[in-house]
Design a protein around this ligand. Structure first.
Ligand SMILES: Cc1cc2nc3c(=O)[nH]c(=O)nc-3n(C[C@H](O)[C@H](O)[C@H](O)COP(=O)(O)O)c2cc1C
Ligand code: SF4
Length: 789
């Protein structure tokens, strides 16, 4: 054998090859597996690096799911977007973020480069809102006003035409409805220059009862909505819309007579086409009188909504797509319909006048501190005492200690039931709800009887109670049998400031939720953002709350009037009450037996308490504006009771007697008490009762007369002749004067109801004239206009 050219003999070579082959056969599986593993690692690394890049490319300020009418429209849009892609860096990628990821990786890369140029980290700045302002004008005034309005709005929003890339709001575009192609804007929203630009529609529309451009525009909106080939809400992708109307009250004094009727129509059809995206209520102005003022008010409210949109990407509560549009008076029957009986504390059971072991009222502060500490820690604590606020005579210490709990804890069935009924619970024992009259007034459909009798605007009225607990279980109570009851306050006591701030906050929140509700008027909405009256009458017993006077002081300091209703079961608290604007006592029956049957009081000495309250009212009649409130329930407290009620009036000598037919609320509480619709008196029956009562009072030499009525809510007002001046009733209140007196003389000051008596009761509200606010339109249950009586 000869060695090869490298000096290795063939036999050695053969041996090496043999060894390598043997090695391979022996270890090939681990080698293959290791290689595969390494390759996998490499692939995972490369893949993850690629994904990170993708995430950088898609930062989103907020998600918006587009709603496109149909697949074909979707396809069309997609084609349009892609078609624009290569032409310009701005249009390239337009719509990729909201209009689907189907566009492919190339489009995403285009997006990155543009964002990088904009120099943003979060990508927020690239989101833009384009306002399109449509108007019509026959004689030119709207056109002129629209130009100024647009400049002002742009200034308020900080729109900047020069620096469009940096601003959220692009300069508004003004479009004359006589010139635009409706198909371009009102079949689906037009495509925008960039994908982040979204549209907001505004309309300023004068009304014309002659043929005008408005008619063809409205026809187009209507046809689009009814076109079976198009989705019923093809404008749903816009961010929102709002309408303002100009009209002339000289020729068309009321809405029923045609004031701003075409703006109302545009508002209605836009609500349908946009899927109820009314961002701000319909504004209306009389071009000869208050047009500019109303427009400014509308612009201010609108700017707030737009700024919210800028910050949050949604329109706020109550508007579809962003919040819960539930109306708060949705009074469905609660699932838990049993009366929540709060465990009676040992101290309250059988608490007698002068019995041992009840803490002095002065110790309230200490209890409050303890309870506050307790509520913040969320623990139950052993409290020193229970206080009987309702027992007459001197309170005395009681040896038994009890546990201080929250009256309505968040996890309780009571809390669930009340919130389901539309209440907001503030702290642990206060409640707030928007009453149906507040909503009605916001929609121009009438205020409650307190507007007719006392000049209270329902849309500026807050209804609340600082105590959800009561010491009665009245058969007609609308609290659905879910509220706590008891004769003593033995719960955590929330500080008045917490309650005051909480109820206001929740009231405004509920008002704001009405923004998108059809029919809400911009003018009333703007007014409603200033609470002027507080009805302390919701449910429960307000004077049960140990700090009621401090709470009243807070209301008055903000010039909010106070109408306080109490159940005539707490004479001590009534005696300690400081000035309120109007003080009510519920007079639910004229004799002991009837009162027991209807109010189902918890106090054994309920009749004595009741009578003592009447005596206090009599003493106070020249210091407080006192009112008896009678709620008539047929079969319970009407028949043969006129004389008895006249006796009570003689005892209490209230300034006013309000007589109201019961409102049937159909709760389990009322039905278990045998209450049906048959117990609700007809208005004529209430009238007959009041006429008989007036006669009975005159028979006793008591100078009262029927002053006013509000047939709509089955309510009639008897007033003392003290409030008749020169043959005219003066049931209205001069609120400014009330606050002035209060500020001058203090909460215990010496001033009388006559000192803040208002101007004469309006003619339409006086007895025989029905009492419906002539500014508003009365509607039936389906919202159809009906003639005011
Ligand atoms: C012929 C005519 C008909 C009108 N019809 C109504 C109407 O039905 N309801 C209304 O509130 N205002 C009506 N107006 C008042 C206008 O809406 C109001 O003057 C408006 O400001 C006009 O705007 P313009 O100058 O932009 O056209 C009418 C005015 C005219 C001249
Ligand atoms: S007074 Fe009562 S009914 Fe009238 S608006 Fe106020 S809360 Fe509603």
């Amino acid at each position: 054998m000869f060695p090869d050219s490298r000096g290795v003999s063939p036999s050695v070579m053969e041996e090496i090859t043999q060894n390598v082959l043997e090695l391979w056969h022996e270890h090939r599986i681990p080698i293959i597996l290791s290689s595969l593993f390494l390759l996998s690692l490499l692939r995972i690394y490369l893949h993850s690096a690629e994904k990170r890049q993708g995430l950088v490319a898609l930062p989103k300020a907020y998600e918006k799911v587009p709603q496109f009418p149909s697949d074909s429209a979707d396809e069309k849009l997609k084609t349009e977007i892609e078609g624009r892609g290569p032409e310009s860096p701005h249009s390239h990628g337009s719509g990729t973020e909201k209009r689907g990821s189907k566009q492919g990786p190339k489009r995403i890369k285009g997006d990155i480069s543009r964002k990088a140029r904009a120099g943003t980290e979060a990508g927020n700045e690239t989101r833009r809102i384009q306002i399109l302002l449509f108007y019509s004008s026959l004689t030119g005034s709207t056109e002129k006003i629209t130009q100024t309005f647009t400049q002002d709005l742009a200034a308020v929003l900080g729109c900047s035409a020069e620096n469009e890339l940096g601003s959220t709001f692009l300069a508004p575009r003004v479009l004359d409805l006589a010139e635009v192609d409706y198909d371009e804007y009102f079949i689906s929203p037009p495509k925008t220059d960039t994908e982040q630009t979204e549209l907001f529609y505004l309309f300023i529309i004068p009304s014309y009862n002659i043929e005008s451009i408005n008619d063809s525009f409205l026809e187009h909106l209507q046809e689009t909505h009814h076109d079976f080939r198009i989705d019923t809400s093809p404008l749903a992708p816009i961010l929102g819309y709002s309408v303002f109307g100009f009209g002339d009250r000289e020729g068309w004094p009321t809405e029923e007579e045609g004031f701003c009727f075409q703006a109302k129509e545009v508002d209605k059809w836009m609500a349908k086409l946009s899927g109820r995206k009314r961002a701000y209520p319909l504004g209306m102005g009389d071009w000869k009188r208050d047009g500019k003022e109303r427009l400014l008010e509308w612009r201010t409210g609108l700017a707030d909504v737009l700024k919210q949109l800028q910050q949050t990407g949604n329109l706020g509560d109550g508007v579809p797509g962003s919040g819960d549009p539930l109306e708060s008076d949705d009074e469905g029957e609660p699932e838990d319909d049993g009366e929540v009986q709060w465990e009676e504390a040992p101290s309250s059971k059988g608490a007698k006048r002068g019995s041992d072991g009840i803490e002095d009222v002065e110790d309230l502060g200490r209890i409050m501190e303890l309870s506050r500490a307790d509520s913040t820690s969320g623990r139950k604590s052993a409290a020193p005492v229970a206080i009987d606020f309702t027992t007459e005579g001197k309170p005395v210490k009681k040896a038994v200690t009890v546990t201080v709990k929250e009256m309505v804890p968040k996890n309780s069935p009571t809390y669930t039931a009340l919130t389901k009924q539309g209440y907001s619970i503030v702290g642990s024992h206060s409640g707030i709800k928007i009453c149906r009259w507040t909503k009605s007034a916001l929609r121009g459909r009438g205020s409650c009887y307190k507007f007719s009798f006392y000049g209270i605007n329902s849309h500026q009225c807050m209804e609340t109670t600082p105590s959800l607990s009561c010491s009665n279980k009245c058969v007609f109570c609308w609290r659905h049998g879910t509220n706590p009851v008891g004769t003593t306050w033995r719960w955590v006591v929330d500080p008045p400031q917490l309650i005051f701030d909480g109820v206001k906050e929740n009231h405004y929140k509920k008002i704001k939720m009405m923004r998108g509700v059809p029919g809400v008027r911009a003018e009333r909405f703007a007014e409603a953002m200033r609470i002027r009256h507080c009805a302390l009458s919701l449910v429960g017993e307000p004077i049960f709350y140990p700090h009621i006077n401090e709470f009243l002081g807070m209301l008055h300091a903000e010039r909010i009037s106070s109408f306080l209703v109490c159940n005539a079961q707490h004479p001590d608290q009534l005696a300690a009450l400081q000035h309120v604007t109007q003080l009510y006592v519920s007079i639910d029956a004229s004799n002991r037996e009837s009162l027991r049957r209807i109010d189902r009081p918890l106090h054994r000495d309920f009749w004595e308490r009741f009578q003592r309250c009447l005596d206090i009212l009599r003493e106070r009649r020249f210091r407080q504006r006192t009112v008896f409130r009678l709620t008539l329930v047929k079969g319970f407290n009407v028949e043969d009771e006129v004389e008895g009620y006249a006796d009570l009036v003689e005892r209490g000598l209230p300034c006013f007697v309000e007589v109201k037919g019961v409102t049937y609320c159909g709760t389990s509480t009322s039905s278990s008490a045998g209450l049906t619709m048959a117990n609700v008196p007809f208005y004529e029956e209430v009238c007959d009762f009041v006429v008989a009562l007036e006669k009975a009072l005159l028979k006793r030499g008591l100078k009262y007369g029927i002053a006013a009525e509000h047939a709509h809510s089955c309510c009639i007002l008897l007033a003392s002749e003290r409030f008749r001046v020169d043959g005219k009733w003066h049931t209205l209140i001069d609120y400014d004067k009330f606050f002035q007196l209060l500020e001058e003389k203090g909460p215990d000051g010496d001033f009388s109801p006559e000192d803040y008596m208002g101007p004469p009761t309006p003619e339409w509200a006086t007895w025989g004239n029905g009492g419906f606010d002539p500014r508003d339109q009365r509607v039936d249950k389906k919202g159809r206009p009906i003639e005011a009586t």
